[in-house]
Write a protein that binds this ligand. Structure first.
Ligand SMILES: [Zn+2]
Length: 417
């Protein structure tokens, strides 16, 4: 195995060698992504048969190319084969402690309304420098980049610094129970590891996501007593009390949770009155019921339990003062883990790799919802990054072939950093 000189000519030569090999693999990468996404892998929770066939194809591909592959299976009676597959492909590092994991998911969402597609979503089409099809961007592009990073490293006899662990996982689109969460329970991850999750990003590849806000959708049902509007004293106006409650709740929350974190845009927690459900059908009826939802996005420095306890206090106050009953439930609750530090090695190394690409990296947080949270929960520094137009789950989803090539080079640079 070659070693890399710390500075000077050696590094430049190796960078050129890598670029040369990856560029020469461009047609193969396109064919790989077309073949991969020709095998439907719609998650069973979207009415599909899951990713088993795609996983088997990928495992065979890795074996045929003399790349290591370990299959980790887990029982699931909701798919025809009765099990879900996860693939792990590892390359030994040159001795630095821990593993750099790169994780991409094999499953996809359904195609949706077929009339909105210009091509067959399950027969990928190459056109104008792009590949069109369901799952080509989310998350096929990353799978192709990972596989061809490994092929390039092996072809050039290069050894990553840490061990490199490529994870091709199941079930991301339905919460990762049979995918990343299963692998975590199997004890795959160690505290000294770090991770890249190339499953979101921006069009020029400059955004590195290190944090997310907690999400809480809280649906309130205020129950009063319906009556005629000319005799309000005979009822309890749930609409009026609900409005007062919503205003006081949101004002209280904005006062208490007003700290800033400039990782995020906007840099504070947000509380928005969103859905309001229909009540009475006539203008002269005092509503006996008022139903509405508030969307909370809370900075990860706060625990959602604290927010819920504040909600509870205000509910009790309103029930006491206004003789109503207020019930609430959470159509969605996601507790965000603590952010990955912008100072962690994986963030610095990725930033450096992006600077080599001529980009100015921006490090920040998002409003919530990637599987990097599972890794951060275990204390593993994890970044979400890739170069894409964010077409996940949309009709006419595409992957840009130039992004396949450039992101492959970045994966390799990161593994060598
Ligand atoms: Zn995805």
């Amino acid at each position: 195995m070659k070693t890399i000189l710390e500075n000077g000519v050696g590094v430049v030569n190796i960078r050129e060698d890598i670029a040369g090999v990856v560029e020469s693999l461009r047609p193969e990468m396109v064919k790989f992504l077309v073949d991969l996404c020709s095998i439907p892998a719609v998650n069973p929770s979207f009415g599909g048969e899951g990713e088993y066939r795609r996983a088997t194809w990928l495992a065979n591909f890795l074996e045929e190319h003399d790349l290591p592959v370990q299959i980790m299976e887990v029982d699931d009676q909701s798919v025809p084969e009765g099990k879900r597959l996860n693939l792990v492909s590892r390359l030994r590092g040159s001795g630095e402690q821990g593993t750099l994991w790169i994780a991409a998911h094999m499953d996809t969402v359904a195609a949706g309304d077929m009339n909105t597609w210009e091509t067959d979503p399950f027969s990928p089409v190459v056109r104008d420098g792009r590949i069109y099809g369901r799952g080509v961007e989310d998350n096929g592009q990353a799978i192709a980049c990972m596989v061809y990073s490994l092929i390039t490293l092996k072809r050039l006899g290069l050894q990553p610094k840490k061990d490199l662990g490529l994870l091709f996982v199941s079930d991301e689109e339905a919460g990762s129970t049979y995918g990343l969460k299963f692998l975590a329970e199997e004890g795959l991850f160690k505290p000294e590891d770090e991770a890249l999750v190339p499953d979101a990003g921006c069009a020029d590849g400059s955004f590195i996501e290190v944090a997310e806000k907690s999400i809480l959708w809280c649906r309130f049902t205020v129950v009063g007593k319906e009556t005629h509007a000319s005799r309000p004293h005979c009822g309890i106006n749930a609409g009026w009390v609900g409005s007062l409650f919503a205003v006081e709740l949101i004002e209280t929350m904005r006062r208490k949770y007003r700290d800033r974190d400039d990782l995020f845009d906007p840099p504070f927690s947000t509380f928005e009155l969103t859905q309001k459900f229909a009540n009475v059908s006539s203008p002269n009826v005092v509503p006996g019921k008022d139903v509405f939802t508030v969307d909370f996005r809370i900075l990860p420095s706060w625990k959602l339990d604290a927010v819920v306890s504040d909600i509870d206090q205000l509910v009790t106050k309103y029930e006491y003062e206004h003789q109503v009953e207020i019930n609430y439930d959470f159509p969605q609750r996601v507790d965000a883990p603590l952010p990955t530090s912008p100072e962690s090695a994986v963030v610095k190394n990725l930033s450096d790799s992006l600077k080599q690409r001529g980009l100015s990296p921006k490090i920040g947080g998002i409003g919530g919802g990637t599987c990097a949270a599972i890794l951060r929960e275990m204390g593993i520094p994890a970044v979400v990054w890739s170069t894409l137009d964010e077409l996940a789950h949309q009709p006419n989803e595409y992957a840009i072939i130039d992004n396949l090539v450039e992101d492959t080079k970045t994966f390799i640079a990161l593994s060598l950093a």
